[in-house]
Design a protein around this ligand. Structure first.
Ligand code: SF4
Length: 496
């Protein structure tokens, strides 16, 4: 991106860029919706767009939809989500969603040359010519199916039209359509699935009566050879990164093309505003709760009998801190007592074996030649004998966590953390915390070897990328199911 100083000799351009930059800078910090809206209004004012929008019908519609007016903004006051801090990306996604949800129809002058209408609304519109598309057997049946949900008797009781009445109305609309001086009737020969479809029985009757004649098809057939989409691959030696996190290395191992798209190009899916608390929010909340709980216990230990109420208080604060309503948290709140008790029981045994909490979500870095490995570790405990235990919390199914250790040398996450802490004597485990309170540690049995191989592998792989090695799309495993680069690699269109 060009910065203000990069605009060459043009002073005017440099000043304009500097002004745009200062406007952009003010919109970077996260804030609640109630503060985003005045900031956006101010931005529009200062950039000279506010008055233009206010004099334009579509602009007014946008302002109204976003509640940008002073008084309208008060409408958001009672909405709990409006109090929650949103980063810029989330606010932008919210604006997109709101604007997508409204449509602007310009006032019409009544002098259109082409009008699109449903068949049933042709009555009283004397058109010079008519095109009736979609006259196939499914879209224009002689006797339309009444909308589902009601029996014949219920429809009668509710005064809804019967199948016969719907059929009569359809045929009447059809007859009226054919009154136009010139009518072109079109139907498709096959549907979206490629299945053949016939003309509507109404069209067939017309042809049988000789009241219409088939027109010449102006389209010419053309022979085409099917060509499949090949798996993409790319070389990007100039973009080889010099910093790597555990998750980006995981991407590189599983699918180099995904690594290229998301980590080297930095592409990202547009955020959607999620009103509901999902499993990921639950995981984030639980990580934060356990961090605060263990730091509180370390700094001010409480007797075992008081741990549950301390954890409850922190959990409650966590819900408020994330600005989640009690109602939104309800699906997880029901399981909280079991989860809390299960965790505390596990902790008691863990501590009885001599483990002692050291840190949570601590940031670490290590230099490997020109490459920096960096990561944030969920939890480090001290074990007897000067050993450190690295733990990564998992709220997924236990089997999914166990599967990570089926081939321990393939797992990158714990090995990556071990590489970050290579100056320590180390053990590592995933700590699976089930929603029903089953807490199980799944240890890494070959940690030193895995860390050694990872350090060798990561350097060699990044060296190869820097030398122009291809980054192919591998397209295997669960990773493709939720991959943000799926559209880019055309995963659904590959021919192999
Ligand atoms: S969808 Fe699959 S193949 Fe395509 S980039 Fe993502 S992980 Fe790779």
């Amino acid at each position: 991106m060009l910065r203000a100083g990069d605009w060459g000799a043009s002073e005017a351009l440099g000043q304009a860029a500097g002004r745009v930059e200062s406007l952009r800078d003010r919109m970077q910090a996260a804030r609640p919706l109630l503060e985003w809206l005045p900031a956006l209004r101010e931005l529009l004012r200062e950039s000279g767009q506010w008055d233009l929008l206010r004099t334009d019908a579509a602009g007014i519609k946008g302002i109204t939809a976003l509640r940008l007016d002073d008084q309208a903004a008060a409408d958001w006051g009672g909405w709990a989500h409006a109090q929650r801090r949103m980063p810029l990306r989330e606010f932008t996604a919210w604006v997109n969603d709101v604007l997508e949800g409204v449509s602007f129809v310009p006032p019409h002058a009544g002098d259109e040359q082409v009008v699109v209408l449903p068949l049933s609304q042709l009555l009283g519109h004397p058109f010079a010519a008519l095109v009736l598309p979609g006259c196939d057997e499914r879209s224009l049946p002689a006797s339309p199916e009444p909308p589902a949900g009601w029996t014949q008797a219920q429809r009668r009781l509710l005064g809804l039209p019967s199948r016969e009445e719907l059929g009569a109305a359809q045929r009447a609309a059809w007859r009226r359509a054919l009154q136009a001086p010139c009518t072109e009737v079109l139907w498709r020969a096959s549907d979206d699935t490629g299945e053949r479809s016939l003309a509507s029985p109404l069209v067939q009757a017309l042809l049988a009566e000789g009241a219409a004649s088939p027109a010449e098809d102006a389209r010419a057939l053309r022979a085409e050879r099917a060509t499949g989409v090949a798996r993409p691959t790319v070389q990007a030696p100039g973009l080889a990164p010099t910093q790597l996190s555990a998750s980006s290395y995981e991407d590189l191992r599983r699918c180099p093309y995904r690594f290229f798209a998301l980590r080297m190009l930095g592409l990202r899916e547009a955020d959607e505003v999620e009103a509901e608390v999902d499993k990921r929010d639950f995981g984030t909340w639980l990580h934060a709760v356990l961090k605060t709980f263990h730091e509180a216990l370390r700094d001010r230990p409480v007797p075992a009998s008081e741990r549950a109420s301390l954890l409850d208080a922190i959990a409650r604060e966590g819900i408020e801190g994330q600005r989640m309503g009690e109602g939104e948290f309800l699906p997880f709140a029901a399981g909280w007592p079991a989860l809390r008790d299960g965790y505390l029981q596990w902790l008691q045994k863990h501590e009885a074996a001599g483990a002692e909490f050291e840190s949570a979500e601590s940031a670490h870095k290590v230099q490997l030649g020109p490459l920096t490995l960096e990561g944030r570790i969920d939890r480090i405990d001290r074990l007897p004998g000067g050993v450190s235990l690295v733990m990564d919390y998992k709220t997924e199914g236990l089997q999914v966590t166990r599967d990570r250790m089926k081939a321990p040398l393939e797992d990158t996450q714990l090995a990556f953390y071990a590489a970050l802490l290579s100056d320590r004597q180390l053990e590592a485990a995933y700590l699976n915390i089930g929603e029903r309170g089953d807490v199980k540690a799944v240890p890494h049995e070959h940690l030193p070897l895995a860390a050694h191989l990872l350090k060798e592998g990561v350097q060699a792989e990044l060296r190869r990328i820097g030398q122009g090695a291809p980054l192919p799309a591998l397209g295997e495993g669960r990773m493709c199911e939720f991959c943000a680069a799926r559209g880019l690699c055309r995963r659904d269109g590959w021919s192999d």
